[in-house]
Design a protein around this ligand. Structure first.
Ligand code: HEM
Ligand SMILES: *[C@@H]1O[C@H](CO)[C@@H](O)[C@H](O)[C@H]1NC(C)=O
Length: 393
């Protein structure tokens, strides 16, 4: 159904506009201008279900086998992989830029941002999946597609009904942790800001509520929400939006922060204390019971618009699960690289391929220094985590 190309679904709109009467033009032009200013990523059409049918027919099965067996050994990996996929797609599109350990330009990669760093979980599983697929079909299946397949397999392992993942993404060549500020939502955000960031990626406010349901599995380190349970405000030590018994429980698990705390030693608390390994709608009923872990979770019931959607999902698991699968498909099409000359298929997900001698016969001298330049120093260390968290965005 989809052609292999780069037609973008919501950037032009020329054809639909042509059908409308000319009277609507000034208004539409204003809307289009507003959209062009705020949307800087788009849902790309051109990915295909069964993209590897001919070139690597067992690719999806191989990824699934690796992911399910790793999750069988450690259930927490499912959440980790889904989060890696989200963080990849939200910064320069689903191009596996989050998997790079180093970059040709010397930019400090996304992985080292304090929004990622040690909090990324499941990277090893993706390495195993890639090397397994690589041994079957060398240089054929992109890391970006492997990540999209793996996120689906993780969701299915956690209880979401099977959904198809269209493929054909190429891997990107750049990754820069400076791209996170202003693109990644933070735990202190309220709905207007989070919606803005979703719309900027071609996703909707409903997608924000639907995908936040990923917080039905996995958890957050104490420092992500400790501002809510210690010294919340001048008038209240604990965020009054939290159920008091829940806040007390959190205080027992999370000691007050001290200078010099090692963030990596911070305890991790499940978002959904009732069914923490099942992707189900219990996340939403927990929100309604004032047991949302982070400010950004609780925000979904503070805003009247998103609250209506939360009510709906809390009452109907099947509806939410179906919407979750569809939103994951949409997320997987954000700003993807498709078609000739658009990125590469990495040999290893952690490194951009070295330019081959054949493809760059004359520029060896210029390209070699660019390949492994002196690394730029990270400007934001993990230390930025502790005093205030917000400081790092
Ligand atoms: C929209 C605002 C969002 C914010 C502010 C946010 C923030 C966070 C934070 C701070 C953590 C805790 C990380 C840690 O302490 O290790 C987390 C965990 C997680 N997030 Fe989100 N997130 C958001 C949306 C999403 C979306 C859209 C998805 C996926 C579709 C997602 C999937 C996850 C998962 C699965 C975990 C658990 C990871 C684990 O246990 O290893 N999040 N998120
Ligand atoms: C791959 O095969 C499946 C199952 O036969 C089919 O549904 C799909 O359209 C095929 N995709 C491509 C791109 O050939």
């Amino acid at each position: 159904m989809h052609g292999y190309g780069t037609r973008r679904s919501d950037s032009g709109g020329d054809r639909s506009m042509a059908r409308l009467s000319t009277a609507a033009w000034p208004f539409l032009a204003a809307v289009a201008a507003a959209l062009l200013c705020s949307v800087d990523a788009v849902i790309v059409e051109g990915l295909q279900v069964g993209f590897y049918n001919q070139t690597c027919p067992s690719a999806e099965e191989a990824v699934r086998d690796v992911v399910t067996s790793e999750i069988g050994l450690d259930r927490t990996i499912a959440a980790g992989i889904i989060r890696i996929f989200f963080h990849d797609c939200f910064v320069t599109g689903c191009d596996a830029s989050i998997l790079l350990d180093e970059t040709p330009s010397g930019d400090v990669p996304e992985k080292e941002s304090s929004a990622n760093g040690f909090t990324l979980h499941g990277l090893r599983t993706l390495d195993v999946a890639k090397s397994t697929v690589e041994s079957m079909c060398p240089r054929t299946v992109s890391c970006a597609d492997i990540l999209a397949f793996a996120a689906r397999d993780a969701a299915v392992a956690a209880g979401i009904p099977f959904y198809e993942v269209a493929a054909g993404r190429m891997d990107g060549l750049r990754s820069n942790m400076d791209d996170l500020p202003g693109n990644m939502p933070t735990p202190s955000h309220q709905v207007p800001r989070m919606s803005e960031l979703f719309v900027k990626r071609g996703l909707s406010q409903e997608d924000l509520v639907v995908l936040s349901g990923a917080h039905s599995i996995g958890g957050a380190h104490c420092f992500m929400f400790s501002n809510r349970i210690y010294g919340f405000s001048q008038g209240a030590d604990i965020d009054p939006a939290l159920e008091p018994a829940f806040a007390e429980k959190l205080r027992k698990v999370c000691p007050p922060r001290k200078d010099g705390d090692d963030p990596e030693q911070s305890p991790k608390v499940s978002f959904d204390g009732r069914t923490s390994e099942k992707l189900d709608n219990v996340y939403y009923s927990e929100l309604l019971a004032s047991r949302g872990l982070m400010t950004s979770d609780d925000a979904l019931i503070k805003d009247p618009e998103t609250k209506t959607t939360v009510d709906l999902f809390a009452g109907d698991n099947a509806v939410w699960q179906e919407k979750f699968a569809a939103a994951m498909q949409k997320l997987g099409a954000v700003d993807v690289l498709v078609g000739e000359g658009k990125g590469q298929i990495r040999k290893q997900c952690r490194l951009v391929n070295k330019p081959s001698k054949q493809s760059k016969p004359t520029s060896t001298r210029q390209s070699m220094p660019a390949l492994r330049p002196k690394r730029k120093k990270p400007r934001l260390g993990l230390g930025n985590f502790i005093p205030g968290f917000h400081g790092f965005f």
